[in-house]
Design a protein around this ligand. Structure first.
Ligand code: NAD
Length: 367
């Protein structure tokens, strides 16, 4: 026991910063503090080879600063790969504000945060994430232009959720095509877990394709409303992973794919909006591959939202948004084929293709 503690202490001493947590080639991590407003924030810039880092700000009551740092490191890296695989000229970044969004968020705090974003001179663009809404981004916009997800009246691209749902639907159809040989969803039993902003629109698309849609949520009111509107079945069992289904669409929380759930899962396809669905990206990606389940990588198929906000940085029309989001279908199919040819999981395949794009651009930039 003592030697274990010593070993950990020695490790921290040797690599107190870059050797810890989820540091993984991050370019910059900025700690922002302001006593007057109570702001404590961390901005993580993972990679800017393809363009300025873009990613939302999350306000959360983290158990510790350590947890907050770990979260921003993990999330900012995810944004790098999401932008790269989608073909956008954006890097990956993210910010976290430590605190309770319901009780500790004030206009002064948001503006002060915006001032810190401004000091980065456009290396990082912020946006909404958990605990933030459009009004918060509008406040940030009063002190810096380096923000997206602002109101439509002041040049914002509008609600990203419908376009995110469309991308998820494209990815789901591509995964079905790969697994079942057809992307016709008629009669396929699809369980949508989480029928919030994205999940509900996905239910709409699936219903229009005559899929057999089953919905699960912890919010009874939403279950009633969505079931009534789309005539979908409400899941009433104790554990969705005991349910027979063709397709599982996680649209609520991350990390639902773990040792226990994968062991039980009967679906042949997984495609949903939730971020970080694999509790452990290597271990659980491999378990899914071994079970012959076609898993559409989350960061690829939920990119509709970032495609949408991209138009706040570069003038593009609705048609471009739709076409780029539709292309998620082709990319998802390519990923499955690439994974099969190279003995990789679909998640590893998507990461490696994204990394290749970054490496190629880095070479070009040097020449
Ligand atoms: P939301 O908050 O509108 O909806 C989430 C829904 O999940 C809610 O109805 C909630 O009651 C339900 N839920 C929570 N815990 C649950 C549980 N344990 N079991 C079943 N249901 C549960 O969120 P959203 O905007 O629809 O996003 C859904 C997911 O997609 C999130 O993980 C989000 O990070 C991700 N995502 C969203 C977007 C977007 O554009 N909104 C973009 C990319 C990724």
């Amino acid at each position: 026991m003592t030697s274990e503690i010593l070993e950990k202490k020695d490790l921290i001493k040797a690599d107190p910063v870059f050797g810890q947590l989820s540091f993984n080639d991050h370019e910059q991590v900025v700690f922002c503090q302001d006593k007057d407003t109570g702001l404590k924030a961390i901005i993580g810039i993972h990679n800017t080879v393809l363009g300025p880092a873009l990613g939302g700000t999350r306000m959360w009551s983290y158990k510790s600063e350590w947890d907050a740092l770990n979260d921003v490191l993990r999330l900012s890296r995810g944004m790098t790969y999401k932008a790269a695989i989608t073909g956008l000229n954006l890097g990956g970044g993210k910010a976290v504000i430590i605190g309770d969004a319901k009780t500790e968020k004030t206009p002064e705090l948001m503006k002060r945060f915006g001032e810190f974003v401004h000091t980065l001179g456009g290396e990082y663009y912020t946006a909404e994430d958990v605990g933030m809404d459009t009004a918060d981004m509008d406040l940030v916009r009063t002190v810096t232009p380096y923000v997206t997800g602002i109101s439509e009246e002041i040049g914002g691209a509008g609600n990203p959720s419908p376009i995110t749902a469309y991308g998820v639907f494209m990815g789901l159809k591509a995964a079905a095509k790969y697994q079942f040989g057809t992307d016709d969803l008629k009669g396929k039993k699809v369980l949508v877990q989480g029928i919030g902003h994205v999940g509900e629109t996905l239910v709409d698309y699936l219903t229009k394709e005559d899929a057999n849609v089953v919905i699960a949520d912890i919010n009874e009111e939403r279950l009633q409303a969505v079931s009534k509107q789309y005539n979908s079945t409400i899941y009433r069992g104790a554990d969705i992973f005991d349910e027979e289904m063709d397709i599982y669409a996680p649209c609520a929380l991350g990390a639902t794919l773990n040792d226990e759930s994968i062991a039980k899962l009967k679906a042949r396809v997984i495609a949903g909006a939730a971020n970080n669905q694999l509790a452990d990206e290597n271990r659980h990606g491999a378990m899914l591959k071994d079970k012959g389940i076609a898993y559409a990588p989350d960061f690829l198929i939920n990119a509709g939202g970032i495609i949408n906000v991209y138009t706040e940085l570069e003038a593009r029309d609705r048609d471009w948004i739709t076409k780029t989001t539709e292309n998620i279908y082709n990319t998802t199919l390519d990923i499955f084929k690439h994974a099969e040819q190279n003995g990789l999981t679909s998640h590893q395949s998507a990461l490696s293709i994204a990394q290749q794009r970054i490496n190629d651009r880095k070479k070009q930039n040097k020449n």
